[in-house]
Structure formats: structure tokens, C-alpha cells
Design a protein around this ligand. Structure first.
Ligand SMILES: Cc1cc2nc3c(=O)[nH]c(=O)nc-3n(C[C@H](O)[C@H](O)[C@H](O)COP(=O)(O)OP(=O)(O)OC[C@H]3O[C@@H](n4cnc5c(N)ncnc54)[C@H](O)[C@@H]3O)c2cc1C
Length: 477
């Protein structure tokens, strides 16, 4: 049995608590804010079940599950994992950032370095191992919440004395488990995923912040988890006016843990600041999860290059050398990321018999990815001119004969019909200008950490000795 889209949707009817637009929602699957994005994820599972040879594998227990859960025990398996992610990304043209293959890959990466957990605690390593078995065999969809909420970044969580339960932390423990209270900044896809993995990406102060240093996983329907959704971009929009907002608003939500009980078998690290860092940076977690990100990003940049070309062709400016050069630049960015992604899956390092993408190269990808996206948006906006504004107010205008007749006179293109041109320009706007597009810009700039974090991480890992030797050699000769 392979998990189907319908099974995924049915399992989401779990009564989780979501707050949106002044309402508390406990049946979210058919809510206008979430229903289309949920169906877009269901499409991924359906694709997996109909293309099971390339998208799935058989586990030792006899279940057929997504290749994103597969251990990269050979270089070929690493490639297959990467290509499966690339294929999934194509279904949403790269607009689904937190598809189910992202956090699953992080868990695989923790398991490939299980000795990091074993050296810390045999019990917590067993909890991780058993949890991995559980979620992977069921092919569940996880999101994660790693970053602490903004408050006063100049202070550590324990120094937020006016609001002691601002940041998620432990408030009690007994033989069965721990009780946690407080917030995590964001969990993309919280209304869409089955479970959430909690960890910590922010620096914590040894001797003071231990109660904030923990990692666990829980179903998003667990008692006490409150999902505070941001504004939905899918409500009150239609497919033709906002084709991306409508289908791919994967939503981001603040998670508030209102005294949530977490059994020990779901706690992977507890009151250990160093392990918070090691969980992602000393295992294969980051490398495998962000290899998925690069597959998705490459697809998205190809989409944007194609979109820009279609738009300039529609306006007849594609013949100008300067415009061709801008288009070439966009395609070049896409090929740059494509090349980096291919290099990640084709040039791994071997650890414990597992083939893991190179971490330094991965950090390079993160920095390039977050720095080029604003430039790409800027280039497409420059190529668009006012064409993305010179548009009818909504699809309904096309249904009114009087307005349509004017639209047909004003939306001229030598390669597209007026209605086709309107639809294309609306897609461009939803890619670069709408609130959905703007959120994507913020996402690409921040999801792997702010640039000060990614640049410093890279600085620490780059082989400076190699480059300094080149300098020394020239000096000597
Ligand atoms: C759309 C979106 C979706 C996200 N989804 C998720 C998710 O699913 N799960 C999750 O865990 N996180 C998620 N995040 C959070 C993301 O990981 C963080 O935004 C990112 O790590 C940066 O942290 P921050 O937002 O707290 O920014 P901050 O750390 O508060 O930094 C903000 C800015 O302040 C400045 N700054 C901060 N500290 C310093 C310093 N020491 N020196 C100099 N300048 C400084 C920098 O200019 C920085 O860019 C998401 C973010 C976005 C935008």
C-alpha cells in the first residue's frame, strides 16, 4: 500500500486547533484558507502512488513509502532521492517549499549520524530511532518549528523576564514525559502536515537557557498545540486571477504550546544546548533537507525564467538584445542552482556507509539561493513594466460582454489572444508582485537562516587553507 492523496486528506481531519481571521477552526480540511493547498499536497501523494517505481521504495517491513525516507546507502540512492524531490517540485513548479520530502530528509540525516545522539543519550537515540520507524513506515508529512519567536534578540530566552513563557520551554517532567509551554516563531505548512518536529536554531546561553534546549515531535492535533495562522492568500481569490496563491499557499503559522504533554518516546533531546546545534549541523540533517530545497529551487528558477520569456514574447520585447540578455541572466541563475543541486547529489561524502551531500557546498547553495532571489524578482519586474498592472480587476470582467469587448481591444499581443495575455500577466503578478509572491521573497531570503547566519556558517567551513596556499605559492615563486 502506498499512501494516496485521499488517505492523506482523511488523516488531516484530526480536529487540530487553528486560529484565523478571528475564528477558532477545528475542521480545517475544507476551509477556504487551506483546502486548495491541502489538495496540492494530495497531488504529490497521488503522483507517488502512480509513479511508484521512481518515487517509492519497499521497506524491510514491506511498506512502500516515498524515496525521501530512503537511506542513501549507495551513491545511486542519493541520486534517486534527489531526482524524486526534483520530480515532486515540478508538480508545483517549485512553489511548495515545505513539501513532505523536506523534514523527512532531515530525519534521515539524523539517523545516518545516530552516533551523535547515542553519544549524548542512549534513551534519546532510541526515541529518535523508534519515532523514525513510526513516521517513515506511515509515510507521514512533517513540518518543523526550529526558530524561537522574535522578542528581544539581544537577550536570550531566559532573559525575557517580563514574559517567561514567550519562548517554548519545559515547565515540568515526570516518568512519562515532559510538559512544554511557549511559542515557536513559524511552522510553514502547519495546517497541511501531520506532525511537527521541534528543535532550536537560535543560540542559547549555557547555565541559563537549558529549559529551552529541547527537540521533540508531536501530531499537530495534540492537545494544547495552538496554530496561529498568518493571513491566508487563498481566501477570496480564484484560480484564474491568482493561480499560485490559490493553489500553493502553504501557510505559515506561529505555534503556541499551551502546556503540551510530550511522552519521553517522542523527546529526542532534553535540556542540552550543545545537542541543539549538533542535531542539525553535526548530522546529515541539514545536508539532506536542503538538498531537497535546492531541487525545488532549481525548478522554481526554471519556471521563473520561462515565465519571463513568455511575458517578453507576449509584449514583443524579447527581440531586443538587452531583454535577451536579462532573460539569459535569469536562465543562467536557474542553471547555476541546477548545477549546484546536481553536484550535491553526485559528489557526496561517505559517512558510516551513507552518501551525504557536501556540507560546504550546501552552505554555498544557501547563500547563493538567498542572495539571487531579490535580483530575480527585480529583473522580472523590470521586464514586466506596467503590463502586470494594466489588467482587468478580476476574472468576472471577462464574463461581462461589455467589459470583455474593451479588454479585447486593449490587451493586444501579436502572439497571444487578449484573454491569454491577461491570464499570463496575472500569473506573472502572482509570481513577483502579489502578497503570495512577497511572502515567497521573504521565504527564499530567510528559510535557511538570515544571511548573517548563513555567511558566518560558511566562513567557518570554507577551506581557507587551500586558498591561502595559492596566495603563498605565488608569493614564493
Ligand atoms: C516565509 C517564512 C517561512 C518560515 N518558515 C519556517 C518554518 O517552517 N520553520 C522554522 O523553524 N522557521 C521558519 N521561518 C523562520 C526563519 O527560519 C527565520 O526567519 C530565520 O531563521 C531568521 O530568523 P528571524 O526571522 O528570527 O530573524 P532575526 O534573527 O530576528 O534577524 C532579523 C534581522 O536582524 C539582523 N540581525 C539579527 N541578529 C543580528 C546580529 N547578531 N548581528 C547583526 N544583525 C543581526 C539581521 O539583519 C537579520 O536579517 C520562516 C521564515 C519565513 C520568512
Amino acid at each position: 500500500m502506498i499512501r494516496t492523496g485521499e488517505q492523506y486528506i482523511e488523516k488531516l481531519r484530526d480536529g487540530r486547533t487553528i486560529f484565523i481571521n478571528g475564528e477558532k477552526i477545528t475542521h480545517h480540511v475544507d476551509h477556504p484558507a487551506f483546502k486548495n493547498a491541502i489538495r496540492s499536497i494530495a497531488v504529490l501523494y497521488d503522483y507517488q502512488s502512480t509513479h511508484f517505481d521512481k518515487m517509492t521504495f519497499m521497506t524491510a517491513s514491506g511498506n512502500r513509502i516515498g524515496k525521501h525516507w530512503m537511506f542513501p546507502t549507495t551513491s545511486q540512492k542519493l541520486i534517486e532521492r534527489g531526482l524524486a524531490s526534483y520530480d515532486w517540485a515540478r508538480l508545483g513548479a517549485g512553489w511548495l517549499g515545505r513539501s513532505p520530502d523536506h523534514v523527512s530528509s532531515a530525519l534521515v540525516g539524523m539517523m545516518t549520524h545516530i552516533e551523535v545522539f547515542e553519544a549524548y543519550s542512549q534513551e534519546r537515540a532510541d526515541a529518535l530511532r523508534n519515532y523514525f520507524h513510526y513516521v517513515s513506515e506511515k509515510d507521514l508529512y512533517l513540518t518543523y518549528a526550529l526558530v524561537n519567536p522574535q522578542g528581544d534578540r539581544s537577550k536570550s530566552p531566559s532573559e525575557h523576564t517580563k514574559n517567561r513563557y514567550h519562548t517554548l520551554g519545559v515547565i515540568g517532567k515526570n516518568a512519562q514525559g515532559i510538559t512544554v509551554r511557549g511559542a515557536k516563531m513559524l511552522a510553514t505548512g502547519a495546517p497541511l502536515a501531520d506532525e511537527v518536529l521541534v528543535g532550536v536554531h537560535n543560540p542559547l546561553k549555557p547555565g541559563a537557557d537549558e529549559r529551552y534546549a529541547l527537540s521533540f515531535a508531536m501530531p499537530l492535533s495534540a492537545e494544547g498545540i495552538k496554530i496561529i495562522s498568518r493571513r491566508s492568500y487563498a481566501i477570496d481569490v480564484n484560480h484564474k486571477d491568482y493561480p499560485l496563491s490559490c493553489q500553493f499557499d502553504e501557510n505559515d503559522a506561529v505555534l503556541y504550546f499551551d502546556d503540551v504533554f510530550v511522552p519521553w518516546e517522542r523527546v529526542f533531546l532534553f535540556e542540552n544546548i550543545e545537542m541543539c546545534r549538533r542535531q542539525f549541523h553535526s548530522t546529515g540533517a541539514e545536508a539532506l533537507m536542503d538538498t531537497q530545497s535546492m531541487a525545488r529551487y532549481a525548478v522554481k528558477l526554471h519556471f521563473l525564467a520561462g515565465l519571463a520569456q513568455a511575458m517578453t514574447e507576449a509584449n514583443g520585447v524579447d527581440k531586443y538584445p538587452a531583454v535577451r540578455e536579462s532573460l539569459a541572466e535569469l536562465a543562467c541563475y536557474a542553471m547555476n542552482i541546477e548545477g549546484l543541486f546536481r553536484s550535491l547529489i553526485h559528489n557526496p561524502n561517505v559517512h558510516n556507509g551513507f552518501y551525504i551531500p557536501d556540507q560546504t557546498l550546501l552552505y554555498t547553495c544557501q547563500i547563493i539561493a538567498q542572495s539571487i532571489y531579490p535580483k530575480i524578482m527585480d529583473t522580472i519586474r523590470r521586464l514586466a513594466g506596467g503590463g502586470v498592472i494594466m489588467l482587468p480587476s478580476s476574472e468576472e470582467d471577462l464574463l461581462n460582454d461589455e467589459i470583455l469587448s474593451v479588454i479585447e481591444k486593449t490587451q493586444y499581443s501579436s502572439v497571444l489572444s487578449p484573454v491569454e495575455k491577461v491570464r499570463l500577466m496575472k500569473l506573472v503578478w502572482d509570481s513577483v508582485g502579489s502578497e503570495f509572491a512577497s511572502r515567497h521573497l521573504q521565504y527564499e531570503m530567510f528559510y535557511s537562516g538570515s544571511s548573517i547566519v548563513t555567511l558566518n556558517r560558511f566562513y567557518d567551513r570554507y577551506d581557507w587553507q587551500f586558498s591561502r596556499e595559492l596566495v603563498e605559492n605565488i608569493k614564493v615563486s
